[in-house]
Write a protein of this length. Structure first.
Lengths: 211, 245
């Protein structure tokens, strides 16, 4: 009986919706200020065409998955990386983005060594959209070297890494995707290149779920 | 029966077209929920949480009136994001609620959020129209404005604690406007979080625009009034299935 009532309620609600007006619309436009000149109508139209044409099988699969829970992440994220202690940790760090992002900071208690990790799960409708541009990091093949540092693309065991170094503040940046589902960014301060890779290998990326 | 009452009451909101009406009806619906759903023996904490929730919902919907310098589309995005965030928060609480009455209460609150989407139905119409390819110049303007907000918000995100030095939101900005900038701007910062470190010519604005468009499409599809009402029925069924109804 309740279901009949529920169905009736749905019917009435849809009827009301279809017949109701669209409401008032505020007309004020945003303030006239500097616009970003490089976004043109041509770029927008290209993007609109691409969105309509593209059906990425990986993101389609990701869309249907449920992102990790905070409890899952609590179990995965280490408390310690060698001599570095976890001093900050937050799951669902960007709730407004509808994506599951986790951040953590590790620091040495005696030196100025520091490592930050940011990890996003590409599962779910928004996660799959957010990870999409980063699934083909191999397209970034340009290696650059300047007085300030370098950027290069490295492939190790089938994973493509973007690695950057800034000499001025002695910071490394390492970014990669894991199993086409997670995007990971590691940033360090006052840590050698060798230690960067050693610390990175201490995260159990293999234990993260697959697509 | 209580569930049906809430649903029918919620449906009245679908006929609303202005905030003033919506506010009045929100008051009514809350009273009805308190009276019909709330148990006579409901404890003080639950009553307080309902009250707090009512105020939160009213504050969000009232917010739109103080943001005249922004476009109606950006204000709509703000409202949808705020309601969606409340919705998601309630969903998480429902999953973790052990107490049956508490769960029932939370479902009631979620129904109110769903009903509120119908009060901003014009937002969904307006965004759907904009997302239509034929409106590309207006859509372009929205994207540019959106990116400006994102640029303001991105340095103010306190991932590891307050970072007031880099925050570009001018001092003296009202609490409401700050919340508006942070809510709307932060919604697209995931892209920047993972693209900022990459220095490459193949990394163009196409990906960013694509992400903004997909976010907007997602918001429209996921939270439009028809979808919200369909979900309301599901919530109603869940409420009916609770032993403490």
């Amino acid at each position: 009986m309740n279901y009949i009532k529920l169905n009736l309620a749905l019917f009435f609600s849809l009827t009301i919706l279809l017949n109701s007006g669209c409401g008032e619309k505020k007309n004020s436009r945003v303030k006239e200020s500097e616009k970003e000149p490089y976004i043109t109508e041509e770029i927008l139209e290209e993007v609109l065409d691409e969105i309509q044409a593209k059906q990425n099988p990986i993101t389609e699969k990701l869309k249907k998955l449920t992102p990790l829970s905070s409890t899952d992440m609590d179990a995965w994220m280490p408390d310690k990386l060698g001599n570095l202690h976890r001093v900050n940790y937050k799951t669902n760090a960007m709730p407004a983005s509808f994506t599951f992002v986790t951040i953590a900071r590790f620091k040495s208690l005696n030196t100025s060594e520091q490592l930050d990790i940011t990890l996003m799960d590409g599962a779910g409708p928004m996660g799959s959209m957010a990870i999409a541009p980063f699934l083909d990091l191999e397209r970034i093949t340009r290696a650059t070297s300047t007085d300030e540092g370098f950027q290069k693309t490295i492939t190790k065991n089938g994973t493509v890494y973007i690695q950057k170094y800034n000499e001025q503040d002695d910071t490394y940046f390492l970014q990669f995707t894991n199993k086409d589902r997670f995007i990971v960014k590691i940033e360090t301060q006052n840590i050698t290149e060798k230690s960067l890779w050693e610390y990175a290998s201490q995260f159990h990326f293999n234990a993260l779920p697959k697509i | 029966m209580k569930t049906i009452y809430i649903l029918i009451t919620a449906l009245f909101l679908s006929t609303t077209s202005s905030y003033a009406q919506l506010e009045g009806l929100l008051g009514d619906i809350m009273e009805e929920v308190q009276e019909k759903v709330g148990d006579a023996q409901q404890d003080a904490a639950e009553t307080a949480s309902m009250k707090e929730f009512k105020n939160e919902l009213k504050e969000i919907l009232a917010g739109i009136n103080g943001l005249d310098k922004y476009s109606s589309e950006l204000k709509c995005i703000y409202l949808i994001l705020k309601l969606a965030s409340l919705d998601q928060g309630l969903e998480a609480k429902i999953q973790n609620a052990g107490n049956c009455k508490k769960k029932y209460d939370l479902y009631g609150m979620q129904l109110m959020v769903k009903a509120s989407y119908t009060g901003i139905g014009y937002c969904f119409d307006s965004l759907t129209e904009l997302l239509d390819e034929s409106n590309s110049s207006e859509l372009l303007e929205l994207i540019r404005d959106y990116i400006e907000l994102k640029n303001l918000a991105i340095d103010c995100i306190e991932e590891y604690g307050p970072n007031l030095d880099s925050c570009k939101i001018p001092k003296g900005t009202s609490k409401l406007e700050r919340d508006f900038i942070m809510t709307v701007g932060s919604a697209i910062t995931t892209y920047d979080t993972f693209s900022d470190g990459i220095d490459d010519e193949s990394w163009d604005n196409g990906d960013r625009i694509s992400y903004i468009l997909k976010l907007l499409s997602y918001l429209v599809e996921e939270y439009n009034p028809v979808s919200a009402l369909a979900k309301s029925i599901e919530i109603g069924a869940n409420m009916s299935a609770l032993p403490c109804k």
